[in-house]
Design a protein around this ligand. Structure first.
Ligand code: WTA
Length: 635
């Protein structure tokens, strides 16, 4: 018997040891006993980080939707797979059983096929958190099409870049979405995006807000009548273990977004196994992850992980502050949520409101709390522990990335003693290493360094869509034979890890990764702007906020600075999305640069954070006076 369900710390250590000493044997056992395969693998693992090439369960054949849905129909047909909790508390929740999910997925899969989508084709899904989003993802997987979900908060420009990068043939969207008291014209955004995309042949439109929208003849189709006419069974496409399952874009520190490619079998095994253990999910539990499915957390821990385990998973369309700051607590009480998984930025926003909203609701169902997306600060950790978990629910602070597919460092609920702000111990099969700046591994405890992983795990992304070289350069070139995460971390006296944050030019704002370069490129497109630099400054709710230093072109005329600030933020909203707007914009006569012309962000970061006592080495600066001027005018 494999150790599918770990319950004690001793057991964790024992299983961890086994997973590191014999990774192939360990993962083979897990895969064999807990999943449905159409054909067994020929080889468990082959890997070479220098190429890089990683293959798990090569030769195996399967369909992930058989694992997420079909196999549960024997014993869980009437069990709720997904609870849809709408934006408005006045709209009733929907309970979608495994049987209903099967039929809805098969119907949509049949529609996709009838519109010419087949194995390997890319389908862009641009939907809010409504059931059609889960169904679309699974329908793609059913027929072997590769889904590329784009977060529905991205602008038309960001959407078209992503559609073109992976040459999607189809877009699935809606007539609009609800967000708190507002509605958003998603179809309008798609229409604008598609002006620049010649690859898209069909747009399927789900009805959500019943607004009057434009339907382009020959391209746009309402989804409902197509589904009504479609059959309720669809044979799953039998896929190879290493066929791509999905592409999900993540920001890099430079250049265009990276389309991370995840393949089927290894991803499935690792996501299911992490979900079961870290959250200690039990058969009758109700689990709620508040992330948007447009991000990896939603892919892995709203859809694939829970469904692979036959779980009941909540999909929430709304926001934490609508109709008031008690909404999360109301939903927990209403559905008797047992595992609650959210982000530090949400915890901080809710903590700010005090406990008055919490006290109105019965949170006694909660057994486990989770955190993800950025380091959780001590204050937020304690607030969460004291008020939401009432000191009885362990907090699993889960560190991982879009690229890692699943959770990498985290407590296992009830087994690993927690420690505020620490992600604690590597999960089963994960071999972390801290590296110094010279490329040497730092051994021992009470040390800090750059976080790498030494050995492949089943759900590591296999490449960047269309750019394998960039995959190699970004993740496998900084340290020989290791995957570099881009994060810094420290290891305490007992071997617990604490993630200290990004060491590259990615800034995490409200849990969203933002690369500085794409934002700077956008600002520089403004006709009055000569150049710009973005840094992160601490923010008590968002974790980080963006601070921009902007040098204007010398045109002789003077412009109203507040108007310029507004225009710059409008441009960012249009090109990237509102999440990338700057909190502060300081106009500068020049930016501090090295003699070789590189902007010294380190100095700008310190100035913006008002930490100027020690600016570090400024000897390479071209023009030290610029620094003084910027310091004098800091906002
Ligand atoms: C950060 C989200 C500290 C980290 C799953 C990582 C965290 C980046 C944590 C990936 C955590 C995520 N503690 N930092 N528990 N979880 N991060 O790709 O910097 O959206 O590299 O994946 O978020 O963000 P991504």
């Amino acid at each position: 018997m494999s150790n599918y369900h770990i319950k004690h710390l001793e057991e964790y250590f024992q299983v961890y040891r086994k997973s590191v000493q014999n990774p192939e044997g360990f993962w083979e056992e897990v895969a064999e006993e807990h999943f449905l395969w159409r054909k067994r693998w020929d080889r468990v693992l082959s890997w070479d980080f220098t190429k890089p090439e990683i293959k798990w369960f090569e030769g195996a054949k399967l369909n992930i939707t058989e694992n997420c849905i079909d196999r549960h129909l024997v014993t869980r047909a009437k069990k709720t797979a997904i609870i849809f909790e709408p934006n408005s508390p006045d709209e009733p929740a929907q309970h979608i059983t495994y049987r209903e999910l099967y039929e809805r997925v098969c119907k949509l899969a049949n529609v996709l096929k009838s519109k010419g989508i087949s194995k390997g084709d890319r389908v862009c899904i641009y939907l809010p958190m409504i059931p059609e989003l889960a169904v679309s993802i699974l329908a793609c997987a059913r027929i072997g099409a590769i889904h590329s979900v784009v977060f529905a908060g991205f602008s038309s420009n960001a959407l078209s870049t992503r559609i073109n990068d992976s040459e999607c043939k189809m877009v699935i969207t809606t007539d609009g979405s609800y967000r708190g008291s507002k509605t958003i014209d998603l179809k309008g955004i798609v229409d604008t995006a598609l002006e620049d995309c010649s690859c898209v042949e069909t747009v399927l439109v789900a009805k959500r807000i019943h607004s009057g929208i434009n339907m382009k003849e020959g391209r746009d189709l309402w989804l409902a009548p197509l589904l009504d006419a479609a059959g309720t069974d669809c044979e799953p496409e039998i896929m190879d273990a290493e066929d791509p399952l999905f592409i999900l874009y993540t920001s890099g520190s430079t250049g265009k977004p990276k389309g991370m490619v995840h393949t089927i079998a290894g991803y499935m095994v690792f996501i299911a196994y992490t979900f079961k253990n870290i959250f200690q999910y039990r058969e009758e539990d109700v689990y709620w992850c508040t992330a948007d499915i447009g991000w990896i957390t939603g892919h892995s821990y709203i859809i694939y992980g829970p469904l692979c385990n036959g779980a009941t998973s909540i999909m929430f369309e709304g926001i934490p502050s609508y109709p008031d700051f008690g909404r999360f607590w109301e939903v927990i009480a209403k559905h008797k949520v047992n595992q609650f998984y959210t982000a530090p930025t949400a915890i901080r926003a809710l903590a700010k409101e005090g406990v008055k909203y919490l006290e109105k609701h019965d949170l006694s169902s909660i057994k486990v709390l989770g955190s993800v997306g950025e380091p959780i600060n001590e204050e937020a950790w304690h607030w969460y522990d004291d008020n939401v978990g009432k000191k009885k629910a362990p907090i699993v602070d889960t560190w991982w990335q879009t690229e890692t597919g699943g959770i990498m460092i985290s407590p296992i609920a009830f087994a690993t003693p927690t420690k505020p702000t620490y992600a604690t111990l590597p999960f089963i099969g994960i071999q972390p290493a801290l590296m110094d700046e010279n490329g040497n591994e730092i051994l021992g405890n009470q040390v800090d360094g750059r976080l790498c992983i030494k050995f492949p795990w089943p759900s590591i992304a296999r490449t960047i869509w269309g750019d394998h070289q960039r995959y190699k350069d970004t993740y496998f070139s900084a340290y020989e034979n290791k995957y570099f995460t881009g994060d810094g971390a420290l290891r305490d006296e007992v071997g617990y890890y604490r993630i200290t944050g990004r060491v590259d030019d990615v800034i995490i704002v409200s849990g969203h990764n933002l690369g500085t370069a794409p934002i700077e490129d956008t600002i520089n497109e403004h006709p009055a702007v000569a150049e710009s630099a973005i840094v992160g400054i601490p923010h008590d709710v968002k974790g980080n906020a963006l601070y921009g230093f902007v040098t204007l072109k010398d045109t002789g005329e003077t412009r109203n600075q507040d108007n310029l600030r507004k225009e710059i933020n409008e441009l960012i909203t249009e090109q990237i999305g509102p999440i990338a707007k700057l909190d502060k914009i300081q106009f500068t006569s020049a930016l501090p640069k090295t003699r070789s012309g590189k902007i010294m962000r380190r100095i700008l970061r310190k100035i913006a954070c008002r930490d100027t006592a020690n600016l570090g080495d400024t000897s390479t600066l071209l023009d030290p006076e610029v620094v003084q001027e910027i310091k004098d005018n800091v906002l």
